[in-house]
Design a protein around this ligand. Sequence first.
Ligand code: CA
Ligand code: CA
Length: 538
Amino acid sequence: MKRLLCVLLMICMLVSLLAGCGGSSDPVKSIKAEASSDKYRNFYQVWIGSFCDSNNDQTGDLQGVISKLDYINDGDPNAGDDLGADGIWLSPMMPSKSYHKYNVRDYFNIDPEFGTLDDFDELIKKSHDRGVKVIIDLVLNHSGDDHEFFVKACDELREGKEDGYARYYNVSKTSDDTYNRPISGSDYYYEGPFSTDMPDWNLSYDGTREYFEKVTKFWLDRGVDGFRLDAVKYFDDKNTDAVEFLKWFYTMAQKYNPDVYMVGEDWDDAGNIYTMYESGIDSLFNFKFGNSGGEFIVASHGMAADLATKLKKYDDNIKKHNKNAINANFLTNHDMVRLRNMLDEDDNKMAAAMYMLTPGNTFTYYGEEIGIEAPNTSNDASYRTAMIWDNEALPDIYVPGVAGVEANALGGVKQQLAQENSLLNTYRRLIKIRHQNPEIARGDIEEVVDFKDTEVGAYIINYDGSRVLIIHNAGEEAKELTVDMVEKPELRGWSTARVTVAVDNLEVNTTKDDNKVTLSGGKLSVPAKCSVVIKENK
Ligand code: CA
Ligand code: CA
């Protein structure tokens, strides 16, 4: 009996020794990920027309999106091949004469190119079943010029009638920089900063607000969880104060759904974004950090220390203007050159870690996670090309002005799922880290940690007393750092850009497990182009 116990004990020791050496010591594989139940989400921006075409008419549609929900989120945060996103931002889908549908003709329906209201209801239900919230792109700055109210307004103005439908729009008899579009056959001009087919609503007219309330109620009743508000910067005009309008809109929508989530597009400098937060809406896209000249992209090349300081300043400021502000971080969207045209794969991974390991919500533009490249860097349609699911079975999707569909240099979804350190798997890993460490999204940046190295950016995020230290090494060399700013540091995860590490001046291919991130006795070793998450244990 005694001998048997001895043998068992020896086997146990051997197994634990083997697990310690050769087994997985990767915390991202072992820590449990929790699904979100609040407004803190990882959004995935779906450009419906280019995502997936269900009926072979060369245009993506809602049934196509439904068929790919398992890719976005399969409902299990601890398993599967899904991205793990738990929010979807749907690009405009209401009836419109353009392919982009930002000039809305009818606010109460789905464009037939994309499907029907029944398809939409199915998409909402199946998203909710997976714990995924859906927000829709809502264009309140302008309508299409074929919207019933604008057509009637023009007819009335041709007869000199100003007190009918014309009240819904910003019109004037005097042309200037604002009232820059003539109404043919009349003495009037209308405001249309974007184009002739996008007349600006008069957002201060009670009738417009009553109409928008009906629109809002209609979509919230269908189960929509919130809105991405287009062009909020342009709400400011001779009639309207944008902050006042946004405050009205948010308060009104909360009557129908107290948990409604809103993110506004204020493509402007930080100061104006801070002011817009005074409206009380949850989020405004962080344009200072996204896009080609944005802080995340600049920092990915090596300037990480600077990034940490700027992030804290931005985070502090938005919360000063709205204590419930949720930062909305992104790298690119449908109006910007694809990230892959700006960054190589390593810097792309680095930039992804930088925006994902930051307080607030994340917004990932479809295809960014597989590194889709724009065929042309100077036209919007080129940033909206077909999603590549499989390089060996390219989709037949047509985007106006873009010729053909090309294979993706880094591989389609299918190819990248099979490569452990692919760009797609880096995004999946980062989103999982966010699910495993709820402090990252929900906390405040308590302090910037200065490692006296411009390539290393670090900050502590504090969420209700739970502290997480984020360290980015954006440099080309591994770093040895002393971690004494948090008690009992625990390694919670890392994201590495490289699968090769230099050993004794020989570059060798290694697996990711060998691309060592180690934390021992308060000494952290971080490879080049790597971000690390450390949690304090008290
Ligand atoms: Ca279709
Ligand atoms: Ca899953």
